[in-house]
Design a protein around this ligand. Structure first.
Ligand code: ATP
Length: 368
C-alpha cells in the first residue's frame, strides 16, 4: 500500500526551549487513520500543523502522496493551500453568515482541484454522510455544537482531499455527544476511504478511531502500533503508564531470554514478565501491570502470591482493592456490581506473566 503521508525525521524548534517535535518518523498508508496521542505539550499538534503547512519545520521531510511538501534542508516548503488536505479543528470553523449548504459548497466553488461535477449532488451526498441531510437550508448559527462540527467535517470531506487532518475535533462537545460522534466519525472516515491524521489526548478516541496509534512524549514518538498492541505490548514504560497500567513493582533483573524476563522482587519473591527491552541480569527493573489484569482470589501456574487486602473501595460498577504482598503493593480492579472479596485474612493473587511488562528502571515513567 502506498503512503498517503510520510514523515521522516521531523524536527520543529521554536525560539526557546527543547524542540517541540524531535526527530519524529512515521507513515500513514492510503485509507488508514493514524492517531497521535499524548499529554498536553508532547508535540502532537505541532506535528499536525507541520503537515498542514501552518508551521514551518526546522528539519526532516514531509511527503503527501508522491510530493515532498516540506524539506527545509533543500528549501522546499509548499503552502497549505497547495497541499490537498482537509482540516477539522476543535473550534467549529464554519461561516456563520451562510447556510449549511453554502458552507459545504464553498470549497467546491473555490478549489481548483475539486474535480468539477455536480456541486449540488456532492454537497447533498456529503450532508447525508454526516447525518445532516435535512439541514441543508438551515443557518449554521441555529445548529448545536455537534451539528456545527458535522458541517465542518462535511466541508473538509466534500472535495475528497488526499489527507484529512483532525485536531481534537470532539473536545468542545459534551461527554455523551462526544462518544456518539466519535463512533460515527470512524464510520464516516472508513466509508469514504479517507486517509486521516488525528490528534487527541483522549485514549478512548484514539482506540476507537485509530488503525494505528502513535504515542508521543516530549517531542518524541515512543511507539506507533495498532491499538491492541499499544494496550497489550507497550514498548515503553511511559506508554504503559499513560494507557492505564498504574501498578509498578520495583525489582532487579535475574535473567532474560528473548522477550521474557525474571525479576527479583525482594521479599515477595520473583516474577516472570514480558519485556520489549534487552534487559541484563543486575539491571534495576520496573514491572508495570494493569489493575484489571490482577487475578484476585486465584492461584495461577505462575506469578502466584499470597497477600492481604488492606482497603476495599466499592464503586457500584466495580470494586478497587489495595493488596499488599511481600512488601509490594498493587491496586486491583474487579468489574461487576458485587464485591467478591473482603479485607479479612490472606488472599491468593496471580499476576499473569504475559500481562506483567518489565522495563529498565530509569525513574521516569510516571505521567504525573
Ligand atoms: P496540546 O494538546 O496542549 O495542544 P500538544 O501535544 O499538541 O499539546 P504542542 O501544541 O505541539 O503540544 O506543543 C509542543 C511544545 O511546543 C509545547 O512545549 C509548546 O509550549 C511549544 N509550542 C507550541 N507552539 C509554540 C509556539 N508558537 N511558540 C513557542 N512554543 C510553542
Amino acid at each position: 500500500m502506498s503512503s498517503a503521508l510520510l514523515i521522516e525525521d521531523l524536527v520543529k524548534r521554536f525560539a526557546t526551549g527543547k524542540p517541540a517535535v524531535d526527530g519524529v518518523s512515521f507513515d500513514v498508508p492510503a485509507g488508514e487513520i493514524v492517531v497521535l496521542l499524548g499529554p498536553s505539550g508532547c508535540g502532537k499538534t505541532t506535528t499536525l500543523r507541520c503537515v498542514a503547512g501552518l508551521e514551518h519545520p526546522t528539519g526532516g521531510r514531509i511527503s503527501i502522496g508522491d510530493r515532498i511538501v516540506s524539506e527545509p534542508e533543500r528549501g522546499v516548503l509548499v503552502s497549505p493551500r497547495e497541499r490537498d488536505i482537509g482540516m477539522v479543528f476543535q473550534s467549529y470553523a464554519v461561516w456563520p453568515h451562510m447556510t449549511v449548504y453554502q458552507n459545504v459548497a464553498y470549497p467546491l466553488k473555490y478549489r481548483r482541484s475539486s474535480g468539477g461535477g455536480d456541486i449540488a449532488a456532492k454537497v447533498r451526498d456529503t450532508l447525508e454522510l454526516v447525518g445532516l441531510g435535512d439541514y441543508a437550508q438551515r443557518s449554521v448559527t441555529s445548529l448545536s455544537g455537534g451539528q456545527m462540527q458535522r458541517v465542518a467535517l462535511a466541508r473538509s470531506l466534500v472535495y475528497r482531499p488526499q489527507l484529512l487532518l483532525l485536531d481534537e475535533p470532539l473536545s468542545n462537545l459534551d461527554a455523551k455527544l462526544r462518544i456518539r460522534l466519535r463512533d460515527e466519525l470512524r464510520r464516516i472516515l472508513k466509508q469514504t476511504g479517507m486517509t486521516g491524521l488525528y490528534v487527541t489526548h483522549d485514549q478512548s478516541e484514539a482506540v476507537v478511531l485509530g488503525d494505528r496509534i502513535g504515542v508521543m512524549r516530549e517531542g518524541k514518538l515512543l511507539q506507533m502500533a495498532p491499538p491492541d498492541e499499544i494496550y497489550n505490548r507497550p514498548a515503553d514504560p511511559f506508554v504503559a503508564n499513560f494507557t492505564g497500567a498504574s501498578n509498578v513493582l520495583l525489582g532487579k533483573v535475574l535473567a532474560r531470554s528473548g522477550d521474557k524476563a525474571t525479576i527479583d522482587l525482594g521479599a515477595a519473591g520473583r516474577i516472570e514478565a514480558w519485556t520489549p527491552q534487552p534487559l541484563s541480569p543486575g539491571d534495576k527493573a520496573r514491572v508495570a501491570l494493569r489493575a484489571e489484569n490482577v487475578r484476585l482470589g486465584e492461584r495461577g501456574p505462575a506469578n502466584a502470591f499470597s497477600g492481604r487486602i488492606t482497603e476495599r473501595r466499592y464503586q457500584g460498577m466495580q470494586t478497587v482493592y489495595d493488596v499488599e504482598f511481600g512488601g509490594q503493593r498493587v491496586e486491583v480492579l474487579e468489574l461487576g456490581t458485587a464485591a467478591r472479596h473482603t479485607t479479612d485474612g490472606e488472599i491468593a493473587l496471580t499476576l499473569p506473566p504475559d500481562q506483567c511488562w518489565a522495563y529498565r528502571d530509569e525513574g521516569q515513567a510516571s505521567v504525573d
